[in-house]
Design a protein around this ligand. Structure first.
Ligand code: HEC
Length: 121
């Protein structure tokens, strides 16, 4: 009899743990969903003027040590800009520019650069 009760207790605590895990994963999923913003290409183009001096007018850089952005994967651009902004990725030229960007700016700039032709001159 005792054994059965113990087993039920264990099962109950396991269920509680599973419920907590489920709640946690749902929370983190919704957190992810919130951070994926729809990028506005037109607004991104306007914001990109300041980036053009280093990354080129069409996202193709004229400076050997500055990367091209044209045609890059949109989500990769979002992640890199957020990494510069948070300080996870550090670069003297980029950090101060990234720190001024909102999540929406980042989404718009990334949508814009992803749409550009990577073969343009
Ligand atoms: C003063 C020059 C300069 C300006 C202005 C500038 N960047 Fe950069 N950017 C760089 C350099 C240099 C790197 C390479 C950093 C490194 O080596 O880690 C870089 C890297 C990046 C990367 C990562 C590319 C990759 O392949 O990983 C992104 C995305 C980016 N810049 C976007 C922007 C955006 C958007 C703007 C405008 C808001 C901007 N940059 C303005 C110089 C600049």
């Amino acid at each position: 009899m005792r054994k059965i009760i113990n087993r039920n207790k264990i099962r109950l605590s396991l269920n509680k743990r599973l419920a907590a895990l489920l709640a946690f994963s749902m929370l983190s999923l919704s957190a992810c969903a919130e951070t994926i913003l729809q990028g506005d290409v037109k607004r991104g183009e306007v914001l990109s003027k300041v980036c053009a001096m280093c990354h080129g007018v069409n996202g193709i850089s004229n400076v050997p040590i500055y990367p091209n952005l044209a045609g890059q994967k949109e989500q990769y651009l979002v992640l890199q800009l957020k990494a510069f902004r948070s300080g996870e990725r550090v670069n003297m030229a980029m950090t101060s520019h990234a720190q001024k960007l909102t999540d929406q700016d980042i989404a718009d700039l990334s949508a814009y650069y992803a749409k550009l032709n990577s073969q343009a001159k």
